[in-house]
Design a protein around this ligand. Structure first.
Ligand code: 0O2
Ligand code: 0O2
Length: 214
């Protein structure tokens, strides 16, 4: 156990640090009073049991986890609209606190399961008392609808260990199509929604200011 704790410590540090940095991007948009392409950010270190399962499935020797398992540390950035994803990826490409080593576009090319998301694999430098340690991390960028589908499918996948009954498989495909349609519909009324959101956040700001004064 001690060994795992030591091994995972830099991954935990990296998730904590980068989560704060990426949440900071959202805060900056909010302060500028413009629509934020980032709705929310989550992060996790992969549980030990899942690391062992994946290593087993993919034939990764445990002494090569560091170089061959890219998502021990994972961050997820959720966007309201499909059109928000590209600008977020662009902003990440411009950052100089990590290096992007791979990009996987499962939005233009969805997975056979119906999964859609944009993945970046990055190399992130963690400062430790023994010096700098570069670790691999995966950032998944997706819309709220993509996230809804992936979260549900992931739990079912866990339940059925990937062997879905035909009925469930068919329903998940239909749900993936419905999530895609939802994204399309929302894109059509995107400007209207954004105007309302900016108006609402300004109103909230005025209300908070007047509360502070009274
Ligand atoms: P806030 O103020 O709500 O943004 P930690 O326990 O510190 O390791 P954290 O950040 O609490 O981790 O949890 P995690 O799982 O990484 O991220 C969950 C964050 O996502 C929480 O925000 C949730 O509020 C936020 N979240 C989840 N679903 C939604 C959603 O549908 N919309 C929005 N806007 N946010 C959502 P925080 O971090 O508690 O802070
Ligand atoms: P977790 O932490 O349980 O989410 P592979 O594992 O072979 O599919 P690879 O090549 O390692 O994939 O990288 P990929 O596909 O870019 O990223 C893997 C991660 O993407 C998965 O992590 C999921 O989080 C997500 N993902 C990929 N395909 C699907 C899918 O069909 N459905 C859902 N719900 N998520 C998917 P893990 O390993 O499942 O870990």
């Amino acid at each position: 156990m001690k060994h795992w704790e030591l091994f995972l410590a830099p991954y935990k540090q990296a998730v904590d640090e980068l989560k704060i940095k990426l949440k900071g991007m959202r805060t900056q948009f909010e302060m500028d009073g413009v629509h934020s392409p980032i709705e929310f950010v989550t992060g996790r270190v992969k549980p030990i049991a899942s690391i062992l399962d994946k290593a087993n499935q993919k034939g990764i020797p445990l002494d090569r986890l560091e170089s061959e398992m890219q998502d021990i540390a994972g961050l997820r950035m959720m966007c309201q609209f499909v059109d928000d994803i590209k600008p977020v990826v662009e902003m990440l490409r411009k950052r100089n606190d990590f290096e992007i080593v791979e990009e996987r576009d499962y939005i233009s090319h969805k997975k056979p399961s119906g999964y859609r998301s944009y993945h970046l694999v990055i190399q992130y430098p963690v400062q430790t008392i023994d010096g700098e340690k570069k670790i691999l991390m995966e950032i998944q960028i997706r819309t709220l609808a993509m996230n809804f589908w992936a979260t549900i499918e992931h739990s079912l996948n866990y339940k059925y260990r990937g062997q879905f009954p035909e009925e469930i498989k068919m329903r998940l495909k239909r749900a993936a199509e419905a999530a895609f349609q939802l994204d399309e519909e929302m894109s059509q009324i995107r400007e209207e929604i954004q105007e309302a959101q900016v108006f609402f956040s300004k109103k909230k700001e005025i209300h908070n200011e007047s509360k502070k004064k009274s």
